[in-house]
Ligand binder design. Structure first.
Ligand SMILES: [Fe+2]
Ligand SMILES: [Fe+2]
Length: 233
């Protein structure tokens, strides 16, 4: 997330009981609209649970890396602590994923294959998580409420498959580029544009139809709960 300067809070060398107080202190010191990057050597969702309980609606939780021993999460402080809708949560994730893809393109244009590849990995981690939030948490409840699995969720699931194919293709190309250098740059650029265009249309459909309609059929406590469950994916 270039543009906004973020401090890195590396707790990987700390004992477990020292981690939460350290991260919370740094989070509480943030100005609204600013963020930190949490770096950890384990699944950092222990801290998400604390945020969900004690700082409800005042943060955004955006993982960049989610491997067993390498976790990196952007934690933003929200400007307002009003209750979020499903559309708020998923739309803001679309925006930040779009920015990560743009950052990848910028690094590629600057001939930095390694950084282009890192930005793409962050984008892919975030997008696969986003798809999981939709397919495993939101869609099943939406389908139950609307009593159909053949509506918009059906189309979105098919498009997710296409998106995942494109992501796989790109990961392969970037792996080759790390060895062979920039000979594949045009192909990477073209595929990046293809992913960008495909996602743009996909996101428009979700933001225009599926999310507003989800906010209509899922409200109150139930909406609050599903948002917490999506965050924890
Ligand atoms: Fe989607
Ligand atoms: Fe989405």
């Amino acid at each position: 997330m270039s543009g906004v300067k973020m401090i890195a809070v590396d707790v990987s060398q700390l004992a477990q009981n020292q981690k939460d107080p350290k991260i919370m202190k740094e989070f509480d010191a943030l100005q609204p609209g600013r963020g930190l990057i949490l770096i950890d050597n384990m699944d950092s969702r222990y801290f998400l649970k604390i945020l969900q309980t004690t700082r409800r609606n005042s943060y955004e939780w955006w993982p960049l890396a989610m491997e067993s021993d390498i976790w990196q999460v952007v934690i933003m402080k929200r400007g307002e602590s009003t209750e979020r809708t499903i559309n708020d949560l998923l739309h803001s994730d679309h925006v930040r994923l779009h920015k990560l893809l743009e950052d990848h393109c910028t690094e590629l244009d600057g001939d930095n294959v390694m950084l282009a590849s890192i930005r793409f990995d962050e984008f892919r981690t975030g997008l696969l998580r986003h798809i999981k939030m939709e397919e495993e948490v939101l869609f099943p409840l939406y389908e139950k409420k609307t009593e159909t699995t053949m509506g918009p969720t059906h189309v979105m699931r098919m498009e997710h498959q296409e998106i995942q194919e494109l992501l796989k293709k790109m990961a392969g190309l970037l792996d080759e580029a790390k060895i062979e250098g920039l000979s594949k740059r045009d192909a990477i650029r073209e595929l990046g544009n293809q992913i960008h265009e495909y996602l743009k249309l996909h996101n428009q459909k979700e933001e225009g139809i599926l999310y507003p309609s989800s906010d209509q059929v899922i409200q109150g406590k139930e909406r609050e709960e599903i948002i917490l469950r999506m965050e924890a994916v």
